[in-house]
Design a protein around this ligand. Structure first.
Ligand code: B12
Ligand code: SF4
Length: 564
């Protein structure tokens, strides 16, 4: 039987990782946590169930050790990862190697690895899949000599077909497979009849075999400080799960449907509860981050799941929703049960505070007047409310972006995340930006996702960067809702965590100082004052911030500057 090696490359851009490593600036959350490579775990479990030997190598876990183990060498991150993979490859001697490519940031590294493994064994078959490759397969196959197949969409069932066809040397069935693009297909331009695979009934998938991963404790450990800021006081044993696939909506910036489709498919509540039970018994988990695109798509299912969690494990869990929860799915009853089951904080997917942008530009179509009542319900149930916003869509003016800033303020959120619009391959945003010449560069592989890569007749990219900074500083720091309302205990928790991660952040220090002052903790406040004095001396940028945000005459800066 052929052996399969499945590889999860690091999710962040290697360029940014090299910079982080070079500067020894490991505070970045990108390298402090690792989470399950769920796609490969699902595929691996299916292969195994079908008697196909399989191993998973998660390079994110290697990276985690590279960054966190103190005796690391002076190699570059890229070289270290490449050599780690080669070692695994030599030891396992697979016949087929599959790379997961969900991000454009993965593409160049995967290409390098394909080349290296083909050097070691020219007969090994190289297959890639995932979100990025499903959307960019044509380019991938044209560019890379060392790539044999791209699997489109969900790979569980297709990989079985692929392994069997490779085993039988049946190139014809690979070429004609609806969900596999071969080099021959690309060369003959015979790819019009291909489409993304979708597992019709998720219940037919076997339970995930967690033993496919090495060192599960690395993934669970609270040291990784994943997912949450309000619950860091507790020792977390955290996992990620995906209980449903698909989303019927059509937000222009999203490309998830290209892989998981628009039709909702879900595991039954009982199956989810069984899996949680397994994870509790085997790994003592107490935190779950749900990675579903639309976790609350059914109020009935959400309530049923939460009720069963409460029944079985009262007060055990912290439930987390890093992808954002759709505002329209929440009401008092749903929030009550989610909070009772362990939702201490929520990320609301709001994205814009301008109705025209909602309806026409991003087609998310949230009615803005429905958001505040939902925020109020969440607060009533003691949930820490964070919301996601995106700025910088072509078609959105700078004033519309400022509407988003003001809307976030009015919502009285605990925190607001303002991201830049990112043209993801496969999204409507990408297609229109390409057509209308709104892309700064169409080389997706250069993108780190955190840089802003769009242009428009209405603004320069730097203007959007300015509005984003302004929104973040004003809403989260200077007019932070908890500071304004005098909930200094809560604001202290929030800003202490931020200062811990970003000790040189002037406004985070200032906000922590205000929290301590509000609580009458003058000794702690004095320590922060001393730190801010150094920060002002060290970086010219900090004086600019004081001037721009009218802080020169505010305490403690007025005193610090006089003393200086
Ligand atoms: C979990 C997750 C993350 C985790 C990943 C951790 C990890 N170890 O995997 C973290 C938090 C790191 C992350 C980060 C980001 N993410 Co993300 N993430 C997800 C999410 C929610 C779930 C992924 C998942 O586990 N799915 C479950 C499994 C079952 O599905 P899957 O991974 O897609 O795998 C299936 C297929 O893709 C395919 N497949 C995958 N690999 C392979 C390999 C082979 C060989 C084969 C045959 C098939 C195959 O088969 C699998 C089984 O069906 C998806 C959304 C989604 N619905 O998938 C977004 C998603 C993948 N992320 C996305 C984005 C935009 C980001 C960020 C940019 C967000 C941000 N603004 O910071 C960053 C990227 C960081 C970076 N590169 O610098 C986009 C993809 C973007 C793109 N195509 O370019 C998605 C689709 C979300 C969206 N709605 O658009 N993310
Ligand atoms: S952004 Fe969320 S709600 Fe919108 S289409 Fe994507 S998954 Fe669905």
């Amino acid at each position: 039987m052929l052996k399969v090696l499945l590889v999860q490359p690091v999710h962040a851009s290697l360029k940014s990782l090299e910079e982080i490593f070079h500067e020894k600036n490991f505070v970045s959350r990108a390298v402090k946590r690792i989470t399950f490579p769920l796609g490969l775990m699902e595929i691996g479990s299916v292969l195994e169930k079908n008697g196909i030997p399989v191993k998973i190598v998660d390079l994110d876990r290697y990276l985690y050790h590279f960054i966190n183990d103190k005796n690391i060498s002076n190699k570059t991150v890229t070289l270290f990862l490449e050599q780690s993979l080669i070692k695994e490859f030599r030891a396992y001697e697979p016949d087929i190697i599959g790379f997961s490519g969900n991000y454009n940031t993965n593409a160049q590294f995967i290409e390098r690895c394909c080349k290296e493994v083909k050097k070691l064994n020219k007969d090994v078959k190289v297959v890639v899949g995932g979100h990025y490759f499903t959307n960019s397969y044509r380019k991938a196959l044209m560019d890379a000599d060392h790539l044999d197949y791209v699997v489109l969409g969900e790979g569980e069932e297709v990989m079985i077909d692929l392994v069997r066809a490779v085993e039988n040397n049946d190139e014809a069935s690979l070429n004609s497979h609806r969900h596999i693009v071969t080099k021959a297909n690309a060369a003959a331009n015979a790819i019009t009849n291909k489409s993304a695979a979708m597992v019709a009934d998720l219940e037919t998938l076997p339970p995930i075999n967690y033993n496919l991963l090495e060192d599960i404790p690395d993934y669970l450990s609270s040291k990784l400080d994943m997912h949450t800021i309000v619950s860091r006081g507790r020792t977390l044993q955290a996992v990620t799960m995906m209980t449903s696939r698909g989303c019927p909506h059509s937000c222009t910036y999203c490309a998830s449907y290209q892989v998981h489709g628009k039709k909702m498919r879900a595991f039954s509540v009982d199956r989810v509860i069984e899996e949680i039970d397994f994870l509790v018994k085997n790994y003592d988990i107490n935190t779950i981050a749900f990675e579903d695109d639309l976790f609350t798509y059914s109020r009935k299912r959400t309530i049923e799941m939460c009720q069963k969690i409460v029944e079985r494990w009262p007060d055990r869990f912290i439930l987390n929703f890093p992808n954002g929860i759709a505002v329209y799915t929440l009401n008092d009853e749903v929030v009550y049960w989610m909070a009772k089951a362990g939702m201490k904080e929520i990320n609301l997917a709001v994205e814009s505070g301008n109705q025209f942008v909602q309806d026409v530009v991003i087609k998310k179509k949230i009615k803005l007047e429905t958001v505040k009542p939902v925020v109020d319900i969440l607060k009533k149930h003691g949930v820490f409310v964070r919301a996601y916003f995106i700025l910088g869509f072509p078609g959105e003016t700078l004033d519309m972006m400022r509407d988003t800033k003001n809307f976030a303020k009015e919502l009285k959120l605990d925190w607001s995340i303002f991201s830049f619009a990112t043209p993801i391959a496969g999204s409507e945003l990408y297609a229109t930006a390409l057509r209308n010449n709104n892309l700064v560069s169409d080389n997706l592989e250069e993108s780190t996702y955190s840089d802003f890569r769009l242009k428009s007749d209405d603004w320069e990219p730097e203007d959007v960067v300015d509005v984003q900074e302004e929104a973040n500083y004003e809403v989260n720091f200077l007019r932070n809702y908890n500071l304004v309302e005098g909930d200094y205990k809560k604001s202290k928790t929030i800003f202490a965590e931020i200062v811990d991660d970003y000790p040189k952040h002037l406004l985070a220090n200032y906000s922590l100082w205000r929290s301590h002052m509000g609580l009458g903790e003058y000794t702690e406040a004095a320590e922060i004052e001393a730190r801010m004095q150094k920060l002002l001396q060290a970086e010219e940028r900090n004086m600019r911030i004081l001037k721009k945000y009218d802080l020169l005459n505010e305490k403690p800066f007025s005193q610090i500057l006089v003393a200086a």
